[in-house]
Ligand binder design. Sequence first.
Ligand code: E4P
Length: 216
Amino acid sequence: MALYLDSANLDEIKEAFSWGWVSGVTTNPALLGRSEVKPEERLKAIANLVDGEIFYQLMAETQEGMYLEAHRAREILGKKLVVKIPAVAPGFRACSRLAPEFACAMTAVFSPTQALLATEAGARYVIVYFNRAASLLGEADSLTTACAQVLADGLTELMAASIKSSADAVNAVKAGALHLTLPFEVLKALPENEHTRQSIIDFHQNGKGISYTEHS
Ligand code: E4P
C-alpha cells in the first residue's frame, strides 16, 4: 500500500513530503497545465523535491509518439519516472514496447477488460478513476473490485485515482485498490477526526506527561 500526491504544485509537494508518509507524485496534463512554466521545467523541479516515483502522463496519440515521449520524459525524470499511458489501443501497444525498460501505468481505466489488457501488456500499475466512475457509471466499488480480481496474480498493482474525499479513499481500498493517489486537500485531511481532537484536548486538560526540551 502506498499513498501518492496527485499534484504538480511545488508548495503542495514540499509540504506533503515533509509528512513522511507520501511515496510519490502523480501528474497529469491538466495539473501540469496549471503551472506558469513549461512542463519540462516543472517536472525537473518536482524531481529535485521528490525522492520517489513521479508519474508523467503521455500526451502523444500514436504508439510511436508515445514511445518517443516516454524516452524524453526519462531524460527529465530519470529512474523516478513512471510512464502514465492512457488506456487506449495505441497506449496498450506502447506499454508492451516500453514495459521491458520503463515502469508503466495504464491510466483512465474504466473497465476490468482494460485492467486485464494492462497486465498482459506488462504494466506495473493500473489506475482506475474512482470518483469519475461513480459519476459516470453510477458507482465505483464494483469496477474497482473487478479490476483487483483480474490483477490477482500481483504482477500489476491497482491504484485508485480521481479520489475526492476521505470516504472515496477508504471505499477504494475496501473495494480492492492497493495504492491511492489523492489531491493535496484530501491527503491533508486524512489524519483529521473531531473525536480524536476532543480526546486529546481531554487528556491535556486532565493528565500529565514527562518533561522534554524542544531543539530549535
Ligand atoms: C490520476 O493519476 C489523475 O491525475 C487524477 O486523479 C484524475 O482524476 P480527476 O481529474 O477526476 O481528479
